[in-house]
Design a protein around this ligand. Sequence first.
Ligand code: FES
Length: 242
Amino acid sequence: MSKIRICNTAEIPSNGMKEYDTEGGLKVLIANAGDTYYAYQGLCPHQEVCLAEGYYDGAVLTCHQHLWQWDITTGKEVGTLAEVPLEKYEVQVEDGEIFVVQSSALKAAQLFMDVSDDTLQRLDLLARREKYGSGGVLYNIGDPTDDLYILESGRVEFLIGRDGTSPAGFVLRKGEVFGWAALLENQERRIAKATSLEDSVLLRLNGEATLKALESDPVSGYLVMRKLSTLITRHLGSQGEK
Ligand code: FES
């Protein structure tokens, strides 16, 4: 859990919005509605578009690119176009300063959402937080599959093919897990290249240590493996291992 100062309340127009980049590489949109301030992911969950360039009427936020819309109080989709909600951050206002409180990406990870609090805490202790700049390579084709990753902020692209140049999608949402071959048997080498497309922050967990933590809590372990099999089926059906 981390608390980051974003700006002064006076910087945000009444019923308006503004975008900020934090030192940790997080793009945050701060919006005002009456007496309340809200914080959301700065980039549209559809494509790489700054939401601050969109439209906001004090209640509904609209991305100018393909007109996806969200309720500013909840981040939930409005209308029929938007396909996913916005990632919302907890806001604290103290003496006219706006802070964003970020929970660990582990808590947001779908793969670990059913894990008991004790095991989640254990995994949290195992996780190393790493920062990558634009173009930073997390792993290459042929590298060992020792670790899995959880995106905390930023964006990661995957390339496949012999020369590692064929696009295989990207991850953008906080809590997305990749490099999950680290949890599988007989998957010793990476078959995709993962590159940070912008300043990104990742949680990195050793696969063996994660499996050990899950073995000591079989109920959580079973639920994670069920989720993992769904994840693999979905990705293999479309793009291959991430
Ligand atoms: S890029 Fe925002 S709706 Fe498509």
